[in-house]
Design a protein around this ligand. Structure first.
Ligand SMILES: Cc1cc2nc3c(=O)[nH]c(=O)nc-3n(C[C@H](O)[C@H](O)[C@H](O)COP(=O)(O)OP(=O)(O)OC[C@H]3O[C@@H](n4cnc5c(N)ncnc54)[C@H](O)[C@@H]3O)c2cc1C
Length: 350
C-alpha cells in the first residue's frame, strides 16, 4: 500500500473541482483497505471513500484526512441458485459501464438500461443508481462490505441495503459505516431488455422486431450523449456530477399546491406515480420553469446546454461557485413552486 500526500482531487472527479487530499491511498484489495483504515485510525484521520468521483462536489479546501480510492478489480460469473439467474461478483473498483458491457455481451438482462452511467461498481448501491426504467436495487443480490464499526467483513443481502429512490443504508442510516468491497448482481440469461421508458420507446418506435440487449445498450448511450449524460471526451457539458438535484417526491397535499401554482401560470405539471401515495415531479421541469434555461450561466458555472438539471464546470469553476448557483436555483424554485430541491451529489469536505 502506497500512502501519498497532498494529492489533487479535482482530476479524480467528473466535475474537475476541489482541493487536495492530505493523504491518499489507492486500494486494490481488501487487505489494502484494512491497512489504510488502520493508518487513518493511528493518525486520527477522517476517512473519505472515493469511487469514480462522478457523484461528488469536493470543497475548494480539499479533504484534510485520508481519501481511500477503491480500485478492487474483478468480474466473475457463476450460476445462481434460483430462477436460472447468473451471478456476477464484481470488484467495487471496476468501472460500472465495463461491467454493463460484459453483462450485455453475455446476453444477461437486468442492467442494460443503466449503460453509460459513469463511476465505479462500488458506487452503484450507495444511491441505488437508476436510469431509463431500471435501478440496481432490482439486481443487487448482495454487497460485501468492510464494517468500520467492528472491522468485520460482511455480506449484506439486497434487502438489508434498504434501497429506495436514490437511497440505501449506505447514504442514509448507516452512512460512513461500510466500505463496499464487492457487489454481486443476479442477472437473467437470455432475458429481454426493458423498454418501458418513454425515450427508449420513442427510439425504437416503428421497428418490427423487438430490440436486443446490445441495441438497447447502444440506444441508452446514444440518448444519454444527446443529454450530456454520457462522459464524452471534449464535451464541456459532461464536466458535471450528472443531475444536480433529485426529482422531488411530493405528498398529495404538496402536489395539489404545486398544481394550483402551475395552473395560475397557465402550465400543467408533468408527473408520474412514484411511491405509493406520493408523486415524483421532474426537477428539470421545475428548474427550467424558474428562469434557468439550458445553457444558463453563473460565471464559471452554468447549466448544461443539453439538460437543465446538470450544473457544469465551464472551466476554472470553484466549489463555492457551484454552491452559490445551487443556492440560487433552490431559492427560486422554492419561491415560485413551493418545492425544496435536494442536491443529489455528495458534498465532500464542506
Ligand atoms: C454525466 C453523469 C451522468 C450520471 N447519470 C446518472 C444516472 O443516470 N443515474 C444515477 O443514479 N446516477 C447518475 N450519475 C451519478 C453517478 O454517476 C452515480 O451516482 C455513480 O454510481 C457514482 O459512483 P462513483 O463510483 O463515481 O462514486 P463517487 O462519486 O466516487 O462517490 C459517491 C458516494 O459513494 C460513496 N462510495 C463510492 N464508492 C464506495 C465504496 N466502494 N464503498 C463505500 N462508499 C462508496 C462515496 O463515499 C460517496 O459518498 C451521473 C453522473 C454523471 C457525471
Amino acid at each position: 500500500m502506497v500512502i501519498q500526500e497532498n494529492v489533487a482531487l479535482a482530476p479524480l472527479t467528473t466535475f474537475q473541482i476541489g482541493g487536495p487530499a492530505r493523504f491518499f491511498v489507492e486500494a486494490t484489495s481488501t487487505a489494502d483497505v484494512q491497512e489504510a483504515v488502520a493508518f487513518a485510525r493511528s493518525r486520527e484521520l477522517e476517512l473519505f471513500v472515493l469511487g469514480g468521483g462522478s457523484n461528488l462536489l469536493v470543497a475548494d479546501s480539499g479533504w484534510p484526512g485520508l481519501v481511500l480510492k477503491i480500485a478492487i478489480p474483478g468480474i466473475d460469473e457463476r450460476p445462481g441458485s434460483h430462477e436460472g439467474k447468473i451471478l456476477f461478483d464484481v470488484g467495487a473498483g471496476e468501472v460500472w459501464d465495463r461491467f454493463v458491457s460484459r453483462a450485455v455481451v453475455a446476453q444477461c438482462a437486468g442492467v442494460e438500461c443503466l449503460s453509460g452511467i459513469p463511476g465505479s461498481v462500488g458506487g452503484t448501491p450507495v444511491q441505488n443508481v437508476g436510469a431509463y426504467g431500471q435501478e440496481v436495487s432490482e439486481t443487487v443480490e448482495s454487497v460485501e462490505v468492510f464494517d468500520l464499526k467492528d472491522n468485520q467483513i460482511r455480506e449484506l443481502c439486497g434487502e438489508a441495503c434498504r434501497f429506495a429512490y436514490r437511497s440505501s443504508i449506505f447514504n442514509t442510516s448507516e452512512r460512513g459505516r461500510f466500505i463496499i468491497l464487492r457487489v454481486t448482481y443476479a442477472l437473467t440469461p437470455g432475458g429481454q431488455p426493458r423498454i418501458h421508458y418513454a425515450d427508449l420507446k420513442r427510439h425504437f418506435a416503428g421497428r418490427e422486431t423487438p430490440p436486443n440487449l446490445a441495441e438497447t445498450r447502444e440506444a441508452v448511450r446514444h440518448i444519454r450523449a444527446l443529454k450530456g449524460m454520457l462522459i464524452v471526451a471534449g464535451d464541456p457539458d459532461c464536466r458535471s456530477a450528472g443531475s444536480f438535484f433529485k426529482n422531488p417526491v411530493l405528498t398529495e397535499v404538496q402536489h395539489d399546491d404545486l398544481r394550483r401554482r402551475a395552473e395560475a401560470r397557465g402550465f400543467s405539471v408533468p408527473t408520474y406515480p412514484a411511491l405509493e401515495k406520493n408523486r415524483k415531479v421532474s426537477a428539470a421541469w421545475l428548474v427550467e420553469n424558474s428562469g434557468f434555461a439550458r445553457g444558463y450561466g453563473f460565471g464559471h458555472v452554468g447549466l448544461s446546454s443539453k439538460h437543465a438539471l446538470a450544473i457544469v464546470n465551464r472551466g476554472g469553476a470553484t466549489a463555492a461557485e457551484v454552491l452559490a448557483a445551487k443556492d440560487q436555483i433552490q431559492h427560486r424554485v422554492q419561491e415560485i413552486w413551493g418545492v425544496r430541491l435536494e442536491p443529489e451529489p455528495v458534498l465532500v469536505g464542506m
